[in-house]
Design a protein around this ligand. Structure first.
Ligand code: F6P
Length: 360
């Protein structure tokens, strides 16, 4: 047996731990060969396909700790809508499937988020590819899994930022605003906000009111505290629902826009000095947390076991303290948003944080 593994979409901490787990289970457990495909499906569509032999990595225990992905990744290379050098787009899905066969693969493990899973599922539906998926995304917004690889490391980074911002906020009588990632969902902001003691947690799943937020901050001051911490997810919009834009053509500001807008508004309304930190890609790189290593290892082992059982077009998932597997089609249903009636939201509110309210 010869299996391949690729990493696809934005990187995150724990991808190399997944690769190591897959290699160990396949080589030591089953005596199979493992091939690593470079740069996701992009590597498969090359002629010859871009791949490396991973069998020797069975001894590379440094991989457990290593950020990024040794295989590289792409997040703008949808093979069904592939950007060509002349600016046009082409369907190169057949080239990807050809690459799988040129490498002599019996099965392929795709490590990705919802976008990557959707592409891989479409490829599998074309026939001839035996596929198993492993969820990864710092956003933790993949359906049917409680945790995706990379999430807890990102949360740890955001909590560390709040831990560092609190003493400087207290020293300078300031409101500190921390903008974190989360393309569609507010999981990072919510978990980090609770763990890091944020006074306000703004997530795209909840509507907020700037007057209420202002009053909340002023009440903190009345209670005798000289500083406040606000965490906001990148996907949050202005309180009137508009995106924060720049330039004559109204280009949406991808990172930092909402953080800076809030700082200006809150500063003007409260009369308090404000400062902004935009964490950005710091949340993605670096050493994976122990929990991400555990999840990555469990996912890697179970993905290989699924292949051994010839159970394809499945995705491993974390549910109630164990690894299960679900149909890939059931995972690609759009982002899993924060449950606005769930424990995390009620905990944050119970602690006295401002979150706004679910949309009416
Ligand atoms: O999906 C993971 C993520 O890090 C999001 O939180 C963020 O919006 C996006 O990817 C960033 O993508 P890029 O690296 O292309 O800017």
């Amino acid at each position: 047996m010869r299996i391949g593994i690729l990493t696809s979409g934005g990187d995150c901490a724990g991808l190399n731990a997944v690769i190591l787990a897959v290699v160990r289970r396949a080589v030591l457990g089953y005596g199979w060969d493992v091939v690593g495909i470079r740069q996701g499906t992009h590597g498969l569509m090359q002629d010859p396909p871009q791949a490396i032999d991973l069998n020797d990595y069975v001894n590379n225990d440094g991989m457990l700790r290593l950020g990024g992905t040794i295989l590289g990744t792409v997040n703008k290379g949808d093979p069904f809508h592939y950007p060509m050098p002349d600016g046009s787009f082409a369907d190169r899905s057949a080239d990807v499937i050809a690459g799988y066969h040129k490498l002599g693969l019996d099965a392929l493990i795709g490590v990705g988020g919802d976008g990557s899973m959707a592409i891989l599922h479409r490829l599998a539906e074309m026939g001839g590819i035996n596929l198993v998926g492993i969820p990864k995304t710092i956003d933790n917004d993949l359906a049917l899994t409680e945790y995706s690889v990379g999430f807890t490391t990102a949360v740890n980074v955001a909590v560390e930022a709040l831990d560092r911002l609190q003493p400087t906020a207290a020293s300078h009588d300031r409101i500190m605003i921390l903008e974190v990632m989360g393309r569609d969902a507010g999981h990072i902001a919510l978990f980090a906000g609770v763990a890091g003691g944020a006074d306000a947690i703004l997530i795209p799943e909840m509507d907020y009111d700037l007057d209420a937020l202002t009053e909340h901050c002023l009440n903190i001051r009345k209670r005798g505290r000289n500083h406040a911490l606000v965490i906001v997810a990148e996907a949050v919009k202005r309180d009137d629902g508009a995106a924060v834009t720049q330039g004559d053509d109204g280009q949406k500001i991808r990172y930092g826009g909402i953080g800076h807008w809030l700082a200006d508004e809150l500063g003007a309304r409260t009369g308090w000095e404000t400062r902004v930190t935009v964490l950005g890609h710091v949340q993605r790189g670096g050493i994976p947390s122990p929990r991400d290593r555990v999840i990555a290892s469990a996912f890697g082992v179970h993905a290989v076991d699924l292949i051994a059982q010839k159970r394809f077009d499945r995705v491993v998932a974390w549910s109630k303290r164990k690894v299960i597997d679900v149909a890939m089609a059931d995972v690609i249903v759009g982002p899993r948003l924060v449950d606005t009636k769930g424990t995390m939201v009620s905990t944050a509110k119970g602690l006295g944080a401002y979150l706004g309210h679910p949309p009416e």
